[in-house]
Design a protein around this ligand. Sequence first.
Ligand SMILES: *Cc1c(COP(=O)(O)O)cnc(C)c1O
Length: 403
Amino acid sequence: MDVHSALKTSASYLEIDAANLRHNVGVFKELALEHGRRSGKTPLVGVVLKANAYGHGLLEVYGACRAHVDICFVILASDALKIRDFETRNGLAPRRIVVIGALTLDEVEELARRDVEVTLGDDSWKDFIETLRKRSLPSKVQVHIHIETGLSREGYLPTEMGSRLSFLKGALDVLEVKGAFSHFANTEDVTEQDYANHQLALFDEGLKVLQDEFQLSGLERHIAASAASLVLPGARFDVLRVGIALYGFWPSVETRLSAKIVLGKLPSLKPVLAWRCQSQIVKTLATGSYVGYGCTYRCPSETRIAVFPVGYFDGYARMLSSKSHVLINGIRCAVLGRVMMNHIVVDVTKATKDDSENVVATLLGQSGHESISAETLAGWAQTIHYEIVARLGAHLQRVVIES
Ligand SMILES: *Cc1c(COP(=O)(O)O)cnc(C)c1O
């Protein structure tokens, strides 16, 4: 565990396994190639880096996988600009970036100047066109049209595109329509994909409207996130938008089951993240001592505890109170009492010999032969693994390792 001693932090930190990240990209590269061998068209592999790359660290993840991916998808303009600045600082060739979130006019302009593609999914664009024309950008703004197919979030229903998108016809001097896309509502929640198939039919309808009424053909089409990329071959189209699976997580148990059936064998997704923390204090409490706010835990016998400087501020959910374990020297140790804003207290009686030495806790990830997954934490905290990782504090130090 050399990496621990090399760290200059007294707080908790995240290890990002670059090799496993690239392995997971490789799973989708292979899936895309296989799809191409059968259908004649190999989809591009796009990765979703929103929410600070699902809490793993935007630039750490981008840096580790950029050479192996075709497109990066983000929600915020600021994330796209962070990637462009990172490329400039490090003398790297720019990769394709598509912003899938809503934007202000100024953001659209800035992104276009930095060669970032954007999405058109609501009526605010109607008012942008005239100003964009006046600002005379060096090239057209490259947009992907968001087709609403049943998530009821962004985009235009095929039936309303003819009227609500009519402004587009007079805007092609400033906009270049590069693609069209949509997003599934429940591919990961089911093993029967009836609703997804209904969404696919609407997507086709939307594409047909763009072709027939707007003469927009040859668009780059994309709708598949992780789950659909894996289990709905008919949804792969021209680009995959892989989020959660890039980080080594199955979207759900249902997706895993379906993948086994659809693909014949399960691709191996490897976890990328470990969350560790060095203890601040190790000490022995007398029988009957209370631990933490609310005095919710009382030691039934003499108990050696370790105090760790990590809490719900860092993303260790308060809902984990009195439920979770951490790993110390490969041994499961209970978190005692409530999770505090910046601290947890752990029973280390069985994992240590005396009070003399500080210990490293693994809050998430592997230690010895034991591991605690984001899914396990999510179960304890009554949420989903997506939320567990997305809420990891942006302030936490992220250390990229090669396993
Ligand atoms: C988050 C998101 C994805 C990725 O979803 P995963 O289930 O994490 O793979 C893809 N497309 C859009 C539009 C998204 O918002």
